[in-house]
Design a protein around this ligand. Sequence first.
Ligand code: URA
Length: 237
Amino acid sequence: MRLDKLLSDMQVGTRSEIKKYIKAGLVTVNGGAASPQLKVGPEDTVTFRGKEISHRPLEYFMLYKPGDCVTARRDNFHKSVMDFIEDGRKDLSPVGRLDLDTTGLLLITNDGKLAHALLSPKKHVKKLYEARVKGRVTQEDVLKFESGVDIGDDTLTKPAQLNILQAGEESLVQISITEGRYHQVKRMFLAVGKEVLTLKRLAMGELALDESLAPGECRRLTEEEVAILKKSEEVLC
Ligand code: URA
């Protein structure tokens, strides 16, 4: 891997900062000076400001989060999403939070930079959910969600796309939001007088939940999926 890519993956700085650090001699490879294009591998010792930079690879997992499991590192009462990941991994974190009873796509990674970008409201990355809702969801709700609803915060919610799949005493909908406010989807439906009965995340950016996974199953993202995720973050900013 190129030295500048390794330093960027390890979040030492932006590409241009890294270039400056290398030029200023703050980065060494095996005790000597280096250039941004230099190829480095796990056998090389890379330091920044005298501290060794590890070659920890960036890893990405997709978990089909089951219900009754918390999006936290550990919990005294419930299973944690981290219980579904390989043992002893302290460097991985879930990307954002899903409620205890929300199921579906949860990313888990040690790529803090990507996680931050995917969650930043400025990047407008879409999160797509499927919800079963008590009561008849109407076109009026679609329009309200499009123009933003008051869920009791300082500002209205950003425009959300609501797609009614079935409407009746109980409705089935898909909803796409670009923010991640606390209990956002549930509060948006409450704001129009309806209750979310079940909620499942189907996609984040262009990355869809692999429906061949069973709830509680987890797998590594493929290289293509990682590229798709990174594109969601870049294109939509
Ligand atoms: N909106 C919610 O209300 N809950 C979630 O878990 C995610 C989005």
